[in-house]
Design a protein around this ligand. Structure first.
Ligand SMILES: C[S@@+](CC[C@H](N)C(=O)[O-])C[C@H]1O[C@@H](n2cnc3c(N)ncnc32)[C@H](O)[C@@H]1O
Length: 270
């Protein structure tokens, strides 16, 4: 069981008072139910950007999914050893409220910077606020992933729960750009949920990452969530006592040609 630590709890308490000063618990719960239906049953609506289009869904994202993403990404980064050596810059594609890049940065020693790109103006403002509260040197800008500048050597790129929101053509172009960035020695981390329904592009991406010397993993972490998160989880009929996700990872080799990796077995951190 992974205990949520002081940094996480202090930050989460601030998020909680920010979001619950705007909406009631019941309104956030309804927003969470609407958001969950969208993610699980109507993923096509995501490409149209409907996930963050109402106050309830926004609050639910900021107060519920963003903290869960923070914890999940941080555990994946730890398990992959992705924060050492510390990247100089982490580009967070579709950063939402900023927690994926921030989670990675808080694991990295030194002055690692985060650069988030996000199409929702509301999420960009939340990301800036979260960077500040988490003590991360970060900047978030409103824009399209297609136009984001990707780092190279000593840089890193994370796309957490974002690639599935892109249309097919944007996804194809992004894969090419990520592989090119890895050849220029950037580290690349892609995270998505373990899907119950078919996720056709994931297999192709997995093949491309493995062929480039990367790895593919499935993760399962038991977490000790703060009370309000547990309450929301239960009230919305969800169950996140265990955080799960899958990742594709391309590490920058310290020298020479990229090494050949293979799929690692499903990984469980006790
Ligand atoms: C499910 S959220 C994940 C947010 C964040 N990465 C996290 O882990 O919490 C997906 C985000 O990608 C953003 N997004 C989707 N397509 C985008 C695009 N083409 N350009 C920029 N942002 C995009 C959405 O607005 C949304 O905030």
């Amino acid at each position: 069981m992974i205990p949520a630590d002081d940094l996480f709890r202090t930050w989460f308490a601030a998020v909680e008072s920010r979001q619950l000063s705007r909406l009631t618990f019941a309104e956030v719960r309804r927003g969470l139910q609407a958001l969950s239906v969208l993610y699980v049953e109507r993923p096509r609506g995501l490409a149209a950007g409907t996930a963050l289009d109402g106050a309830g869904k926004r609050a639910a994202f900021a107060l519920f999914y963003a903290p869960l993403h923070f914890l999940l990404v941080r555990e994946i980064v730890r398990a992959l050893g992705a924060a050492a050596p510390a990247p100089r810059l982490i580009a967070d594609l579709g950063c939402g409220t900023g927690t994926a890049g921030a989670a990675w940065a808080t694991e990295a020693a030194g002055g690692c910077q985060v650069s988030g790109v996000e199409r929702s103006g509301w999420a960009v403002d939340e990301a800036r606020w979260n960077y500040r509260l988490l003590g991360v040197r970060g900047r978030a800008i409103r824009g399209d992933i297609a136009k984001a500048v990707l780092p190279a050597r000593r840089g890193a790129i994370v796309a957490a729960f974002t690639v599935n929101e892109l249309d097919e053509e944007a996804r194809r172009r992004l894969l090419e750009r990520l592989l090119a960035a890895a050849r220029r020695r950037a580290r690349v981390l892609v995270i998505e949920p373990i899907a119950r329904r078919p996720f056709p592009w994931w297999d192709a991406w997995t093949g491309a990452f493995l062929a480039a010397g990367g790895r593919a993993d499935e993760w399962r972490f038991r977490v000790d969530l703060p009370d309000r998160l547990r309450l929301l989880d239960r009230a919305a009929g969800l169950d996140h006592r265990e955080l799960t996700g899958r990742s594709l990872w391309l590490d920058a080799p310290s020298g020479g040609a990229p090494g050949r990796g293979g799929p690692a077995p499903a990984h469980q951190v006790p």
